[in-house]
Write a new protein. Structure first.
Length: 367
């Protein structure tokens, strides 16, 4: 078992800086949990408290219902993989992987078995006699993973482990880490600021901002039902399109209004927002939810194309509409030109509606 629970946990430093506020979070046994957010949001502090590298200022941190606030790091059954790899440059790959086991005085035969099994699983058997300086970044990261694996920890902690790798290596290493989790059947806690990593790897994502949890949920929950404008804006490429305006009752049905722009809500949204006429809101529309399909003539954006941004198999199109640039995404086979005028349909049921004052999602099905 490796269930971790934060109860009303805070972290404050002597200089008055508050890194974490009122954290209540339960990390389930054997799940892959990703802590996601911008630099300084408290995600690494949270990870370091699990590892025992940071002390809890107030509240309770528990492993399987046992409080571990004062338990030193070496007595916690956790293994950590750092962004910097932290390999011993004068030791071979074999010696680096075996180091922790030797320090714990495991039998020589057991050490050899564990090291070679980990090297086989990570496809670095042919590198065991090399020094870290002879390895690529991806190979060094696999060695760091192997060193943590052989300890067979109850909790596997990773702090931005792929940030030093190029884009191609990051993709392959994500697959390796996902496979590692499935094979080890161990609780993984992973810190990143990269939304693609979070969406790819996580069973659940914890989105953090300025030491406060904004939302906890599955990747689908976080992306499809963001709890506020911060979460909605943090995930998505290109970022979600926001438009400020007001909910209006035109005597027939509720709609969104900003000047001459009027976007009709679908039936479910109208029911969820009943009684909200006159409320100032921010509409969020993702790039994939805007298209030339004219199915919803009462929910359209019209304007002039200002930019064409090819991104591999897709292209992002910037449309100047009502004094703002909105981005939509289409396949690269679609032909457009700068200066072209378009009327685009918005998928009504996928519009996000946020309260302007609080930033909170007003949809009843938002988590």
């Amino acid at each position: 078992m490796a269930q971790i629970e934060f109860r009303e946990v805070a972290k404050r430093y002597a200089n008055g800086h508050v890194a974490l506020q009122n954290l209540n979070l339960q990390i389930r046994d054997k799940e892959f949990l990703v802590l996601l957010g911008p630099s300084g949001c408290g995600k690494s502090t949270t990870l370091n408290m699990i590892a025992g590298l940071e002390e809890v200022t107030e509240g309770s941190l528990r492993f399987d219902s046992t409080e571990v606030n004062g338990l030193p790091a070496h007595k916690r059954d956790v293994a950590m993989v750092f962004q910097s790899y932290a390999l011993y440059p004068h030791k071979t790959v074999y010696e680096n992987i075996a180091f922790g086991l030797r320090m714990r005085k495991h039998p020589k035969g057991e050490i050899d078995t564990r090291v070679r099994r980990a090297a086989r699983d990570l496809e670095i058997e042919h590198l065991l006699e090399r020094l870290p300086g002879q390895l690529s970044g991806g190979q060094r990261q696999r060695v760091a993973l192997g060193r943590a694996m052989v300890r067979q920890p109850a909790v596997f902690l990773m702090d931005e482990p792929l940030s030093n790798l190029d884009a191609t290596l990051r993709i392959s290493m994500r697959a390796s880490i996902k496979a590692l989790h499935q094979s080890m059947q161990t609780t993984f806690v992973y810190v990143t600021h990269d939304q693609a990593e979070a969406l790819t790897l996580a069973d659940r994502i914890v989105v953090m901002r300025q030491g406060v949890v904004q939302q906890v949920g599955t990747p689908d929950d976080i992306y499809e039902r963001p709890t506020n404008t911060f979460v909605a804006n943090f995930l998505g490429n290109p970022p979600i399109n926001f438009i400020d305006g007001v909910i209006q009752d035109d005597g027939f049905e509720l709609c969104f209004r900003n000047g001459e722009l009027s976007l009709a809500f679908d039936k479910q949204t109208r029911a969820e927002l009943a009684g909200s006429a006159g409320r100032k809101v921010t509409i969020g529309i993702r790039a994939e939810d805007i298209d030339e399909d004219a199915t919803h003539a009462d929910c359209q954006l019209s304007g002039e194309i200002t930019s064409l941004l090819p991104v591999g198999s897709d292209q992002f199109i910037g449309l100047q509409s009502g004094g703002r640039v909105m981005f939509f995404r289409v396949g690269k086979e679609r032909s457009y030109r700068v200066g072209q005028n378009l009327s685009l349909s918005v998928t009504r049921c996928r519009m996000h509606i946020f309260d302007q004052a609080s930033g909170m999602n007003l949809r009843a099905n938002a988590s």
